[in-house]
Design a protein around this ligand. Structure first.
Ligand SMILES: C[S@@+](CC[C@H](N)C(=O)[O-])C[C@H]1O[C@@H](n2cnc3c(N)ncnc32)[C@H](O)[C@@H]1O
Length: 311
């Protein structure tokens, strides 16, 4: 079994890349990081052997960057742990599944339906902060575009008192019929409404203006003209004191894992130009319209906009 001591990270990466071409699982031993607390790269002498120190975060990041998951490390002795990288099945991704009915791409039969983003710490942290930033407990009319099975309402329900939740009007729109049926059962309350509708034709629903609009992982969908749609959303559907939370995927799902980095057409690796273009467009537009805009998040980038100088 390979034992890494004072090899550079580049040397380890070169070894990993080579081995992963022919192996689905790689096992190697390293210094147990619990032995000390040092910066990655600091030298440490153990049993007359010099090691380059690396924490578990370094090994987990390395696994993810090479489309692997890290299994539970096993202590070999007092100072050494065995690390195993298990290759993810890169063919196993809902992104690549062809579904005949386009509207059901994210329906109950899709792989996407098994995903609970609120259980992914980096997603939950950013979305939770965004809801706090817009003072969710004070919002009365909430519109969610691309609600799917209702996860975004679920966190709101968890964050505010039930009396406060019941006083809100929540409207979720999607074109995936099966996902909406699931969401309706999940929130069988009079103040929560779901519509099967094309987001592009939002105006035809004649909804009253909302004081919070949320849309996560949806506005960049094919068939939605992101820039014009975003402007019409703000002008026609957001009340003057309204706030906006937009979530942009900077990740993709591979074999049940949320892998950091936006996937762009024509690139075999993560490339973020399209993501940055869309986020910055929204930021500039909303700032012109006198919103305070913050950009947060990691695997999902969250743009949160609230009105400046409300009178
Ligand atoms: C990637 S999913 C995101 C779902 C949810 N917001 C989340 O983050 O888990 C995009 C959602 O938008 C819906 N959608 C995409 N384009 C739509 C359109 N033109 N009209 C209505 N719904 C649409 C899809 O059916 C899907 O449920």
């Amino acid at each position: 079994m390979h034992h890494f001591t004072n090899q550079s990270l580049l040397t380890i990466i070169q070894w990993l890349k080579k081995e992963l071409q022919t192996h689905n699982q790689l096992t190697f031993t390293v210094l147990n990081p619990d032995i000390s607390s040092k910066y990655s790269g600091e030298l440490i002498e153990v049993d007359k052997q010099t090691y380059i120190y690396r924490g578990y975060k370094a090994w987990i990041n390395l696994a993810e960057l090479h489309h692997c998951k890290m299994l539970t490390p096993i202590a070999m002795n007092e100072h050494i742990v065995k690390i195993t990288f298990q290759k993810l099945n890169t063919q196993d991704s809902f992104h690549s599944v062809a579904i005949e009915n386009r509207e059901e791409k994210y329906g109950t039969q899709s792989k996407f339906f098994n995903i609970s983003k609120n259980e992914e710490p980096t997603f939950l942290h950013a979305y939770h902060k965004a809801l706090e930033a817009v003072k969710i407990e004070e919002r009365k009319q909430i519109l969610n575009l691309g609600i799917n099975k209702g996860d975004e309402f679920e966190l709101i329900a968890q964050m505010v008192k039930s009396k406060c939740f019941d006083a809100m009007q929540l409207v979720g729109i999607d074109h995936a019929q099966t996902a909406l049926e699931f969401a309706k059962k999940r929130f069988s309350k009079e103040n929560v409404h779901f519509y099967k509708h094309d987001i592009n034709k939002l105006s035809t629903l004649n909804l009253s203006k909302s004081d919070l609009i949320i849309s996560i992982g949806t506005l960049q969908s094919p068939g939605i003209h992101y820039k014009t749609f975003l402007m019409s959303l703000v002008q026609e559907h957001l009340s003057y004191d309204g706030a906006l939370i937009l979530g942009f995927p900077n990740s993709r799902w591979i074999d049940t894992e949320l892998i950091y980095g936006a996937k762009a057409p024509n690139y075999s690796y993560s490339e973020m130009s399209l993501l940055f273009n869309d986020v910055i467009f929204a930021k500039k537009y909303l700032q012109q319209k006198k919103f305070r805009v913050t950009i947060t998040g990691r695997e999902y980038i969250f743009l949160t906009a609230t009105r400046i100088n409300l009178t």
